[in-house]
Write a protein that binds this ligand. Structure first.
Ligand code: NI
Length: 179
């Protein structure tokens, strides 16, 4: 396994839609393993291909509660096939937007179709934090960041804060669970 460099906004790759994976082979399994290692190391609770420069529809997530056993998810070509009517609001952060947080409302319950690391089709029902992270990561596959759900004014303010922080410290620091 190997740790991969995480791209930081405004890197244009983060605004580019990723292409579907055609075959889940050893190369894709290696990428998923490397992404999981990178995510745990950051530390984060989700990571999508474009965040490590891979414009492919691959996502890793572990939204297990602190102290609970790890619950790694490796998702290839994930697709939301149903979502509930009710919205849930969580404070979101992102490994590509270090130390930037905002409350975002999304459907509180989603059903997902994806390929597992053996290429088999799976269905996942997600609610709570997992539902938020799944939607945050699928946004990444479509070139969308969580700040894109905010008003222009709020987004510009947060992006300025990020740019100042990066100039000052030169490297990202992660204060809380981010995705
Ligand atoms: Ni993110």
């Amino acid at each position: 396994m190997a740790k991969l460099p995480i791209l930081i906004a405004p890197d244009p790759t983060l605004k580019t839609a990723a292409r579907p994976v055609e075959t889940v082979d050893d190369r894709v399994r290696q990428l998923l393993d490397d992404m999981l290692e990178t995510m745990y190391d950051a530390p984060g609770i989700g990571l999508a291909g474009p965040q490590v420069g891979a414009l492919e529809r691959v996502v890793v997530i572990d939204a297990a509660e602190k102290g609970a056993p790890p619950q790694p998810h490796k998702l290839v070509n994930p697709e939301i096939i149903w979502h509930g009517e009710e919205l849930a609001t969580h404070e979101e952060g992102c490994l590509s937007l270090p130390d930037i947080f905002a409350e975002i409302s999304r459907p509180g319950h989603v059903r997902l179709r994806y390929l597992d690391e053996n290429g088999a089709e799976q269905i996942l029902d997600a609610d709570g934090l997992l539902a938020t992270v799944v939607q945050h990561e699928i946004d990444h596959l479509n070139g969308v960041l969580f700040v894109d759900h905010l008003s222009n004014l709020k987004r510009n303010m947060l992006m300025k804060k990020l740019s100042k922080q990066m100039q000052k410290s030169g490297k990202p620091r992660y204060a809380a669970a981010t995705a």
